[in-house]
Design a protein around this ligand. Sequence first.
Ligand code: DOR
Ligand code: ZN
Ligand code: ZN
Length: 436
Amino acid sequence: MNIIVYNGRIVNPATGIDAVGYIIVRDGRIARLDTIGEIDEGRAIELSEEYEVDKMIDATGLTVTPGLIDLHVHFRDPGLTYKEDIESGSKAAAKGGFTTVVAMPNTKPVVDNALTFKYVCDKAKEVGLVNVIQVGSVTKGMEGKELSDIDGMKLNGLITISEDGKSVMDSGLYRKAMKKASELDITVLAHCEDINLVEKGVMNMGAKSKELGLNGISNAVENIITARDIMLAEETGCRLHLCHCSTKESVDMIKDGKAKGIKLSGEACPHHFILTEDDIPGNDSMYKMNPPLRGRDDRDALLKGLKEGIIEVISTDHAPHSAEEKSKPMEEAPFGIVGLETSLPLSYTYLVDKGIISLSELVEKMSLNPARILGIDKGNIDVGNVADITIFDTEAAYDIDPETFVSKGKNTPFAGMTVKGEVRYTIMAGEVTYEA
Ligand code: DOR
Ligand code: ZN
Ligand code: ZN
């Protein structure tokens, strides 16, 4: 499809553009981009004729950015498709403004070999609504005993590995995986959790867990593995990206590690930089995720980290579960909340609208930086590039209603919250994958 998007505010941090203009998409790529201010309808029609445009999008008052990239989602296929499947997950991604997502391998079976890896990649292509980058697990079956067939998956296009859902507790084995990642030039995405310290914790260890009489997860559970992983990244030279950072100590360690020149980056999720344990109303599993909502000082450190560029990625950890699973009390329900359909409005409302970061910095964290971390040629709307574009209205305010989610998962702690920022169009490789 050939498209003209005109009179929108184009925000493209890769080229330093933040100005009103138009973009012409032809045969899946960006054929022309001009930031000459507003054009009248006559000129838009003239350009449409010149470029054989079949769809005109008047983006007056809207923001036009590179397609959003989520470095952390769970699409649950194979094996757990009652929670989500590639089609429902892809639809949720497109609706959330995402053109690329990174899918974690903790499925059933685990994505630890070329065959399963290829199965997900092929299915995602068939659905064709979002570019799915499938992650390979670090160890077979995520059992922490033996390395996965990383070479086999690499031959089929693997660019990143992770044991998300847990950490590889055998440091020797993990170091081997990191060495391999370094040799193969693939990124390691790290979920940092010392399982031996969890002791049946279901929420942050603090005043709230005491009040509710629930077992707590201390900051040390995350911090110890964060420290180990950074040290091993330094030793092996691999590119390490820390998933869903939740503690103030993690932010400090990322800052120090980067200062030392280690190839290191970190992400934060909206729930961790917006909510704290004080927001948990009671024993309610909509507030149960791993890592848990932390204390106020941790939340404030994440905000500071985002502001100062220490944390350069916003991801969702989109973790859909069934209504039945999440209706159980915290002691029994699985960890995780959905995020694809709320990430942009929440991040816009709590970071940009509150003046913590600029709109351009938001686009960096939700598109350009994730692309750089993965080493993929995305996150930049420029002439010649694949046309992955997100168009949204920063002024539209509405209440989050999980019943409107297209994801199978309705598990969110943000129900009823008023936010600003609504996706109007998502364009992936020149095709409209979502239109409000
Ligand atoms: O909250 C979480 N949910 N954290 C994880 O590490 C795993 C994820 C899931 O797979 O549900
Ligand atoms: Zn995780
Ligand atoms: Zn996860």
